[in-house]
Design a protein around this ligand. Structure first.
Ligand code: DNO
Length: 352
């Protein structure tokens, strides 16, 4: 297990110097953020980022994310140019030593919450998804700007994209994903990079848009589309784990035994009765997931990929990027370190 931490670059109030003070910290998870989606990342920008991360004594080997242009997800004729650009970015990242690239295939919106600062009983704030609130949200109203959403769309553009998606059902989205993988995975394999798709968050359709990286059956199907170890997963416990239908320990067991998990996002969530959920502290009892069990399975299966504490709450008066403050994620990292060290030092539960 290589412990890692997401860093949003120079604008991130959480500095590399702070991150490296977290015990056992190994790698930075970052990206070149200001290149428009679909364009090739300039090599000098990649190299500068690498130099900055390495100067702080941390490894530059995980990118989250290289975003997939909407035309690829929609299967438009323009997709081939964007695919070529995507492959070129993969090559350039590999040249800079990157080992793992996280991306997602969610139409239009990335992760979705209905509130980013819900006050919890202990006085911290967290990201939540309340079904009732979501049903009242109209993404086309222009009133919402969530951090997981591409804010560059104008209202009319968004309307147009929604119209285009009326022709793309789940079956079509699968075809477009396959087309993407068949172009990108051979390039990744050639240059030794692991591609790691992030599951849809939440793992069900929202706003009438299809979502397919959602459950075990679909993850099986995904891995078979291109059955190559470079075609793997970012296993996000919080994204998949906010749905009752996902048995997280079983899924972690299956995919880590197959060697197809390249990146773990460790987050705990509390599932509520009506299918809503609240993000919680990492500690198992704070949410619905058994974090020790998940780590035990990873350890047992000799997981040696990257792992990062995912979204934290805002605690101790910290302000900053929702989900990505320093304090609660650092607490999460320490907690995960503690579990892992215990597993390493107690009886050997590993497969021989
Ligand atoms: C949320 C993140 C996601 C993730 C992308 C990967 O906090 O886990 O935004 O980075 O879905 O492409």
């Amino acid at each position: 297990m290589k412990l890692s931490f997401r860093w949003y670059g120079k604008d991130d109030p959480v500095t590399l110097d702070y991150i490296r003070q977290i015990p056992n910290m190994n790698s930075i998870v970052t990206a070149v953020y200001d290149v428009p989606v679909g364009q090739v990342w300039p090599q000098e920008r990649i190299d500068a980022l690498k130099a900055e991360v390495e100067a702080a004594g941390l490894a530059f080997d995980v990118i989250e994310s290289v975003p997939v242009h909407e035309d690829i997800k929609l299967g438009l004729p323009t997709r081939d140019t964007y695919l070529e650009n995507y492959c070129e970015t993969v090559r350039r990242l590999a040249k800079a030593g990157v080992k793992c690239i996280c991306y997602n295939f969610m139409p239009v919106f990335d992760w979705t919450r209905t509130q980013l600062d819900r006050l919890l009983q202990d006085g911290s704030t967290a990201l939540v998804y309340y079904k009732e609130q979501l049903e009242k949200m109209d993404p086309l109203s222009g009133e919402y700007a969530l951090p997981g959403w591409d804010a560059s769309y104008q209202k009319e553009e968004l309307r147009h994209i929604f119209q285009l998606y009326s022709q793309v059902d789940e079956g079509k989205l699968w075809e477009n994903l396959e087309y993407f993988l068949k172009k990108v995975i051979p390039v990744a394999a050639e240059c030794g990079v692991n591609m790691a798709i992030h599951p849809d968050d939440p793992p069900w359709n929202i706003f009438g848009l299809p979502r397919i990286i959602t459950n075990e059956q679909n993850l099986d199907r995904f891995l078979k589309l291109v059955d190559d170890p470079h075609n793997g997963l970012t296993f996000c416990t919080g994204s998949l784990g906010c749905a009752q239908f996902n048995d997280i320990p079983n899924m972690v067991e299956k995919y880590s035994a197959m060697g197809r998990i390249h990146f773990m996002h460790m987050r705990n969530v509390k599932i509520l009765d009506d299918g809503s959920f609240e993000e919680s502290a990492h500690y198992s009892a704070c949410g619905s997931l058994d974090m020790v069990e998940i780590m035990r399975i990873l350890h047992h299966n000799h997981f040696d990929g990257y792992l990062r504490p995912d979204h934290g709450r805002m605690i101790w008066g910290e302000t900053g990027r929702a989900g990505y403050g320093l304090y609660d994620r650092a607490l999460g990292a320490s907690y995960l370190n503690g579990i892992w060290e215990t597993l390493e030092k107690t009886q050997d539960t590993r497969q021989k």
